[in-house]
Write a protein that binds this ligand. Structure first.
Ligand code: ADP
Length: 665
């Protein structure tokens, strides 16, 4: 079967990731996009891209006919659904078949068979796969369900049969709470899935979530590619995933792997799938099968050296599995975390907004980053607020953990709160390092993982002040008119020429005002900080990194400006502080030498005066926005505006003359 052109019916990191493999295999890529994603990374990455509708997913990424139409119009011969959206929708698979387009996924019958947790359990029971003690019958009479809960023994877990994403799931501690919990689970299930059927399971109190990656081809071959441990969860949702599962013996790996392959065979599976087990002690029980590629598949790729998307595309082409069971490698260890736009201080509320600054650690050894966004992109209300997956691998788990911690320390996001510090706290937690994993981890160590915001320390303040001083110095140095390097005016924009012996920088930290007095030294500055005076110097690199020396101690940092907010990244921590004083003094100095010039390349956002107008010293003349900060150019002396050289909206180069002011009298 030929596969020349692949449409990816998804967005974000998974769409980009699938395109990477397709391209490597010589397969052309077609993106689809909603109105919200017109300039998204997955659109930019694809060879071609087709609009499929408005921003809400149900009007675009969930719209089967729009996607099939795009596939036909573009001449794609296959569709990869990624995960989420239509990936586990049997009707979508069938619609592809009808249109003679290959669906990169299992047969619709297998998706249906595993689509209901209850029906899947009944099937697995027959196939001899171990199940958690529980009830998964058709009869939904509340009295019968209550009796079943009592028979199973409390605590029990009520789950929506159609469930996913933890919706419709309720832990019930005792018989007295059962009726209310059932009603609430049914309500959630009805709202989320339009189906209020539930099943009941024994609730295991300290289990691990261990899942097995399986693969089957259309020639009857099926293998497992080892397991992933996804025990670090919050509200039954995965936060950290790793492979292999720490402490799993080869015998148990083989037993779980075989059970997973049996599960796949029982439903005539083809393609990539994941069989999820819940494990406690030596026991493991089938929970469900996800009939798609999983978010956390990169950890499996890291320890097997295989590209699972390549496997999927080969199987879709009708090829045999690339490896037999005995040849599936397991080397080293890998851990993935999901970096989300969410606020851990506000109960992990998802956040929307613009990513003003984004630096992901994809240049570190052993680190892989999968992302669908760039700096400047927005996280919208319409889709999952995941920013990136960060995957660290190592020769062993300890090395992977160390690299993960380093990767998280090097991750910088400005514009939106994220769970970065929370993930870093997990990676650095002694219990995590010791692989003491179970699904209660986050609940148990919550207090350690959500440290209170740190008070502002002198180091952070010094770095913030230094960045402003260095930026000013940079502007001053480069503002010299290259056509006339000896012109006295060329030096004028810099306050250094006329500088005072010191300058005061004002910051605001949660309402509290802090003034840092900076004294100019031959090299660098002496900063008067709350804790005393600190000699500082540094260099700003082109990429915004700052190499700083604080009392002789060298360190690397970055200070990112977003409006008047400064985010100081140093030593794996980040701290927000507001800059209050926009250095009026330096802008004033701009004018003292006679020319009123733009302090930086930027945009004129307001011209406050007209030609012929007389102004007094200190009056605002022009406002230039540069580096997301507003700079007001003020009159250096009393005078009359002779000419205005730019209008609002104009772009200006650094050093460009903005207006001409004639001296009074
Ligand atoms: P969903 O499909 O909604 O994500 P799952 O059935 O996959 O739900 O379960 C999600 C998580 O809930 C599991 O990873 C596990 O942490 C927890 N869980 C599920 N079943 C049990 C159980 N019987 N006892 C304890 N925890 C469970």
């Amino acid at each position: 079967m030929s596969l020349r052109k692949l449409l990816i019916a998804n967005r974000g990191e998974i769409a980009v990731r699938i395109m990477r493999t397709a391209r490597a295999m010589g397969i052309a890529t077609v993106a689809v996009y909603s109105e919200a994603d017109a300039h998204a990374l997955h659109v930019e990455t694809a060879d071609e891209a087709w609009p499929i509708g408005p921003a809400p997913a149900r009007e675009s990424y969930l719209k089967i006919d729009a996607i099939i139409a795009a596939a036909k119009a573009s001449g794609a011969d296959a569709i990869h659904p990624g995960y989420g959206f239509l990936s586990e929708n049997a009707a979508f698979g069938e619609a592809c078949a009808e249109a003679s387009i290959t669906f990169v996924g299992p047969p619709a019958s297998a998706i249906r068979a595993m689509g209901s947790k209850s029906a899947a359990k009944a099937l697995m029971e027959k196939a001899g796969v171990p199940l958690v003690p529980g009830y998964h019958g058709e009869d939904q009479d509340p009295a019968l369900l209550a009796a079943e809960a009592a028979r199973i023994g409390y605590p029990v877990l009520i789950k929506a049969s159609a469930g996913g994403g933890g919706k419709g799931m309720k832990v019930v501690a005792s018989a007295g709470e059962f009726a209310d919990a059932l009603a609430s689970a049914q309500r959630e299930a009805r709202n989320a899935f339009g189906d209020d059927r539930v099943l009941i399971e024994k609730y295991l109190t300290r289990p691990r979530h261990i899942e097995v990656q399986v693969f089957a081809d259309s020639h009857g071959n099926a293998v497992y590619l080892n397991e992933r441990d996804c025990s670090i969860q919050r509200r039954h949702q995965k936060v950290v995933e790793e492979a292999p599962a720490p402490g799993l013996s080869p015998e148990r790996r083989a037993a779980m792997g075989q059970a997973a392959v049996d599960a796949a065979r029982a439903v005539g599976y083809v393609g990539a799938g994941t069989v999820e087990f819940i494990a406690e002690g030596e026991d493991f029980f089938f929970m469900e099968m996800n009939t798609r590629l999983q978010v956390e598949h990169p950890v499996t790729e890291a320890i097997t050296g295989q590209d699972l998307v390549e496997w999927q595309l080969r199987v879709a082409r009708g090829e045999r599995l690339p490896l037999t069971q005995a040849d599936v490698p397991l080397e080293g260890a890998a851990i993935e975390v999901r970096l989300y736009a969410e606020d851990p201080q506000k109960d992990f509320l998802p956040q929307v907004g613009r990513l003003d600054h984004l630096r992901l650690p994809d240049d570190l050894p052993g680190v892989r980053v999968d992302t669908g966004v760039r700096a400047g992109d927005s996280v919208s209300i319409h889709y999952d607020p995941m920013i990136a997956k960060i995957i660290a691998r190592g020769a062993d788990r300890a090395e992977a953990v160390g690299r993960l911690a380093a990767a998280l320390a090097a991750t910088e996001v400005v514009g939106l709160p994220t769970n970065r510090a929370f993930l870093a706290a997990i990676a650095n937690h002694p219990a995590f390092t010791a692989a003491d994993l179970d699904t209660g981890f986050i609940g148990r160590f919550g207090a350690d993982l959500l440290p209170a915001p740190e008070p502002l320390d002198d180091r952070t303040l010094a770095l913030a002040a230094l960045s402003i001083l260095l930026e000013e110095a940079r502007v001053s140095a480069t503002a010299t008119d290259p056509a006339d390097p000896f012109s006295p005016w060329g030096l004028a924009p810099g306050w250094r020429l006329n500088r005072a012996a010191h300058v005061d920088l004002t910051f605001s930290d949660g309402g509290a005002r802090l003034v840092v007095r900076a004294h100019y030294r031959a090299r660098g500055f002496a900063l008067d900080l709350p804790g005393g005076t600190l000699e500082v110097e540094g260099r700003l690199e082109a990429d915004g990194t700052m190499e700083a020396r604080l009392a002789g101690v060298k360190l690397r940092a970055r200070v990112v400006r977003s409006g008047m907010k400064l985010t100081v990244f140093a030593g794996g921590t980040e701290r927000l502080i507001e800059f209050v004083d926009p250095r009026r003094a330096s802008i004033d100095a701009t004018g003292t030498a006679g020319r009123l010039v733009a302090p930086m390349p930027g945009t004129v956002i307001r011209v406050a005066v007209e030609p012929g107008q007389s102004v007094q010293k200190g009056a605002a003349l022009v406002v230039v926005e540069a580096m997301k900060m507003e700079h007001t150019v003020t009159a250096p002396r009393d005078g009359t505006v002779a000419r205005v050289l730019f209008a609002a909206g104009d772009l200006v180069d650094e050093g460009a003359e903005l207006l001409v002011l004639e001296e009074a009298g």
